[in-house]
Design a protein around this ligand. Structure first.
Ligand code: HCA
Ligand code: CU
Length: 459
């Protein structure tokens, strides 16, 4: 059964411009444990005192997951992992020619000596050991087998097959892992696949098929450069496509949202599984199918993740989707009225990026000539911002205008400097947008006022 090692706290914190507080790390570790990952790589204590402190606090939580400290091959660094109370040390030492020559200035034999000496040292401290041949996928295969077997003999019980540059393809990964497994002494094989070509999860799944044991993930696919497989994509793929039910999928959405907020690193809407659009349908043909039977255009039920499907109303939309949206609000219209409403929506849709329920209700009001007294489910809000005194208000305004969902921005007098009007689909999207606005440089404080009802002046 596939194992997951989540390394959001180590590889994930290597994402450019991302740093977590100790409390945030504790929260992430607890959520990962609730999800049921087998191992949590909590950091490399030699990086900084606060990384060491976080590993120590996480190790003391008594979680079900095994806690791992990452380390270079140096006794002082391994001592720090031991001092943190971690169960296991993951020692990495590169094995490819380019890394040995250009970075480490060591021969292959010298490398084996250093690796084995430090594994034996870690074992003497009572730590379990994983050995990572960094850049394994560009390492001469015969040398890779030799160095891994030497590491296992020295006391490592796991080898991390690291595709450090993300250069593998699934069929190569399958062949290479199968060949490696056939040649290694008994040990578990981890797959650490980088996503430089967008193939990380595909490679990891191929490696598992070939007999590897464990996939390394991060929440939201964080990590150096383009990161490694996303935890939610990995778990849901194994759950739905491979029938693996050992992980708890329910907390995945919440954890992904939490990571967006604390990392300031927001996901593209079209990201698989947790992206905002993962269950949003647009064209008339698709929405018509979805309304008849969601299985026509959904790979799985969004309820698995506690999510809901969404149908976008715009110029691509047909009558059935508009009728269904009006029905959600209990708005009854005749077929003739519906046709006029749809044609107005199509005309507006040519010039507007997004139509909100407020707009659709307004169109229905005009077309039917009746006052429709309902409160839209989607949200309009006014966000008031105070700007740091040393920052130009206009520079903040410029940044805000570049954000999707911000419809207008005003510089104002009074306690606040700026007011921004925003339209979003739901409270989660509002929350994410507020967090995104708070990360804009120069924003000191925000206050959000939700719009309860909107009146149009003259109409
Ligand atoms: C790095 C090291 C590593 C280690 C992977 C592992 C890699 O380059 O920072 O220990 O499993 O990608 O090789 O993350
Ligand atoms: Cu890595």
């Amino acid at each position: 059964m596939v194992e997951i090692l989540d390394t959001t706290l180590r590889e994930g914190e290597q994402t450019p411009y991302v740093n977590f507080t100790i409390d945030e790390k504790l929260e992430i570790a607890r959520s990962l444990d609730r999800i049921g990952v087998d191992m949590i790589e909590a950091g490399d204590p030699s990086v900084s005192p606060s990384v060491a402190k976080a590993i120590e606090r996480i190790s003391a939580l008594g979680l079900k997951a095994e806690i791992i400290g990452h380390s270079v091959a140096l006794q002082a660094s391994i001592d720090k992992v031991k001092a943190c109370g971690a169960h296991r040390v993951a020692i990495f030492y590169a094995t490819s020619k380019i890394h040995l020559d250009a970075k480490l200035h060591k021969t292959q034999d010298e490398a084996i000596g250093i690796i084995c000496e430090h594994i034996a040292y870690a074992r003497s401290l009572g730590l379990k050991v994983r050995y990572t041949p960094e850049d394994a996928t560009r390492t001469d295969f015969e040398f890779l087998v030799k160095v891994c077997n030497a590491a296992i003999e020295a006391g490592a019980d796991r080898i991390s097959f690291a595709d450090t540059l993300g250069i593998m393809q699934p069929h190569d990964t399958f062949e290479r892992v199968r060949a490696l497994k056939a040649r290694l002494l008994p040990c578990k094989i981890d797959l650490h696949c980088h996503n430089d070509y967008g193939l990380a999860l595909a490679n990891a799944m191929a490696g598992i098929r070939a007999g590897a044991d464990c996939i390394h993930t991060t929440v939201n696919g964080l990590g150096e450069r383009t990161g490694i497989p996303d935890l939610a994509e990995t778990i849901v793929s194994f759950h739905n496509l491979e029938g693996v039910e050992k992980f708890n999928v329910q907390p995945l959405m919440e954890l992904s949202g939490y990571l967006e907020r604390v990392s300031g690193f927001f996901m593209a809407p079209n990201k698989p599984i947790t992206g905002q659009n993962a269950f949003t349908h647009k064209s008339g043909v698709h929405t018509n199918g979805i309304l008849k039977d969601p299985r026509t255009y959904e790979p799985f039920d969004p309820a698995l993740l506690g999510r809901e499907r969404k149908i976008v109303i715009d110029k691509y939309t047909g009558k059935s989707a508009v009728a269904s949206r009006l029905d959600e609000y209990g708005i009854q219209v005749s077929l003739a009225e519906l046709e006029v409403i749809v044609s107005r929506i199509k005309n507006i849709g040519d010039s507007r990026k997004q139509l909100f329920d407020t707009d659709i209700i307004e169109i229905a009001e005009h077309v039917t000539g009746r006052v429709i007294d309902v409160i839209p489910h989607d949200i309009s809000a006014m966000i008031l911002l105070e700007v740091e005194s040393h920052v130009y208000t206009t520079s903040v305004v410029r940044r805000l205008r570049g954000l999707t969902n911000v419809s207008s921005v005003y510089e104002i007098t009074g306690d606040y400097d700026i007011s921004a009007f925003v339209n979003v689909e739901n409270v989660m999207a509002l929350n994410n947008l507020i967090e995104e606005i708070r990360t804009v440089m120069g924003v000191k404080r925000t206050e959000t006022r939700m719009v309860l009802k909107k009146y149009n002046g003259k109409e």
